[in-house]
Write a protein that binds this ligand. Structure first.
Ligand code: URA
Ligand code: SF4
Length: 187
C-alpha cells in the first residue's frame, strides 16, 4: 500500500464509533521523507474542523517549541494514535485505539523514521510501554525495532502547567542532539 491508498482508506474509515461524530479524518501532516515522526493521541476541536493535526492552541505552542531546535513541518511528519476526534476531547478508548492503530503502523512502515517522539502519556503508553510514567520518563530514550523513541509532555499539558517547560526545553535539546547524531537530512 502507498501513501495515497492508505490515506484514501483512512478517510472513508468506519471501523469505530468515532466515525459517527467526526467532521474530518485527521490523517497526518508533514514530509513523507522525514526522519523524525511526532505522534499525539487524537484530534481536538480545531484539528477535527480543519482536518490537520496539531493546528489548535496546543499545536501552535508545539510549533513554537520545535522552532527552537530548527524543526518545521517540512522536516518531520506528525500524526495521532486515533485519526478521528473523541467527543469532548476525552482520552481515546482502548477499543478505538485498537481499531485505528493499523493506520499508524502503516504510516511508520512507509516513513521508516529514525526517531519517534510521543506527545504525551497516551501515545507513550501505546507506543513505548504500557506502564510509561510521563512525569518520570519524559526525555528518556528507548529503542524499539531499531527506532529511537522518546516522549515529551503533551503541548496542552505545557500550556496548563508552565512549570514543566524548563524540563521540556532540556528534552528538546536532547532531541536535537539525537537528530544530529543519527539523522542525515533533518538539521
Ligand atoms: N492533541 C493531540 O494529541 N493531537 C492533535 O492533533 C491535537 C491535539
Ligand atoms: Fe477509523 Fe480510526 Fe476514525 Fe475509528 S478513529 S473511524 S478506526 S479512522
Amino acid at each position: 500500500m502507498d501513501w495515497n491508498e492508505l490515506e484514501a482508506q483512512c478517510r472513508s474509515c468506519q471501523k469505530c464509533a468515532l466515525a459517527d461524530t467526526r467532521t474530518n479524518v485527521v490523517f497526518g501532516d508533514g514530509s513523507q521523507s522525514a526522519e523524525v515522526m511526532f505522534i499525539g493521541e487524537g484530534p481536538g476541536e480545531q484539528e477535527d474542523l480543519q482536518g490537520r493535526p496539531f493546528v489548535g492552541r496546543g499545536g501552535q505552542f508545539l510549533d513554537q517549541m520545535l522552532e527552537i531546535i530548527g524543526l518545521d513541518r517540512s522536516k518531520y511528519y506528525i500524526a495521532n494514535i486515533v485519526k478521528c476526534r473523541p467527543p469532548q476531547n476525552r482520552d481515546p478508548l482502548a477499543l478505538e485505539q485498537d481499531a485505528c492503530i493499523g493506520y499508524l503502523r502503516e504510516q511508520v512502515r512507509l516513513l521508516q523514521p529514525k526517531i519517534i517522539v510521543c506527545l504525551g502519556r497516551i501515545a507513550a503508553m501505546r507506543l513505548i510501554k504500557d506502564d510509561f510514567k510521563i512525569t518520570r520518563e519524559h526525555g528518556q530514550w528507548f529503542e524499539k525495532a531499531g527506532i529511537q523513541m522518546m516522549a515529551l509532555y503533551h503541548p496542552a499539558a505545557l500550556l496548563r502547567d508552565p512549570r514543566r517547560r524548563p524540563e521540556t526545553f532540556d528534552d528538546l535539546k536532547s532531541l536535537e542532539q539525537k537528530i544530529r547524531e543519527i539523522c542525515t537530512h533533518t538539521l
